[in-house]
Design a protein around this ligand. Sequence first.
Ligand code: GLA
Length: 380
Amino acid sequence: MNDYFYDIYGCKPQIKVTASGRINIIGEHVDYCGGPVFPASLNLKCNVYGRANGCGKIRIALYGIEGVKELDLNSLESYRDAKYINYQAGVAFILKSQGYNLVGCDLYYKCDVPFGSGLSSSAAIEVATAVALNEIAKNSYSLEDMALIGQRAENEYCGMNCGIMDQFASAIGKKDSAVLLHCDTLEYEYVPLKMDGYTMVVANSNKRHTLTDGDYNERRAEAEKATEILKTVTPITRLADLSVERFEEAKGVLSGKILDRATHVVNECDRVYKAVAALKRGDIATLGQLINASHESLSTLYEVTGYELDCLAHIAQRQKGCLGSRMIGGGFGGCTISIVEDGEVENFIKTVGEQYEKAVGYKATFYNTSIEDGVTVEEL
Ligand code: GLA
């Protein structure tokens, strides 16, 4: 990759930064309600090569895209609609507004996280950018803060009101572990992703989800509405503050879709704790059942799946050796994860692939994934 950098900028990069895409074992559409999530960072990464360039501009080249784009450090607010570089611009803008020193630099991006896949390519780009800009400027920083900056860039600069899960997983993920992250306090715990005899299979439905941002923001607004109504009858700050029992007592004030959305959030939070406990005691069968229940709830109550994701998860759930399967990420398209017996993986991929194609008319993609450290920094 050094060669590409050299071809474009005429010199060698000084550093290589990587930040990961993620899967989420369980805990979907609860991060922005203050709930617990359980993601893990992938070997699919955004790679950034960089060096200081001594001018007041961040120059950006991207693998597969012609030309070099420029961000003027003095007008970082003006790139909100710039194609391909708005995440980078947003991160630079937020970093600067928070008082981080930025210097001109040349950056080259190769993002291996498939775009629009629900594996959070945007968070990987944001976190990699934040870390690279700080490294090049020789600032001190924490990875937790870089996750928060990535989220603010996405919320305030790019208009997607995402929660903190993706950026956090990308920033602090750890090899062979999932992260139990409490999104209200941002306290977290690493839990070894040890599933003896089972493999986590990641499949992309290849359904494009162009309306995701709008639908996502709408779901978030509905969850916030449910919270406001529930506050009138029970003392909570966030929806995730309610146990299943307290929710059952209070839910009479909700109805229709708002009731469905809140029912999902409260029960999904409960499932996360049960899933973590199951994984810790090596009870993969129970983990699988909770994953299936999560999908059903996302499909029928939260309505963020759609035909393709439902097909992919339901076909997977029926296969021999599959303990559980569900959509991950924002939904409306993107990926599923499935827990599959090691000896059945090959057959699983073949059969699910065939049946999915028959049902939707195009192929799913299966990835060879592993769980790796979220961020790496290498001096070159
Ligand atoms: C997207 C968002 C996350 C989270 C998930 C759903 O990936 O970026 O913050 O809300 O959807 O769990």
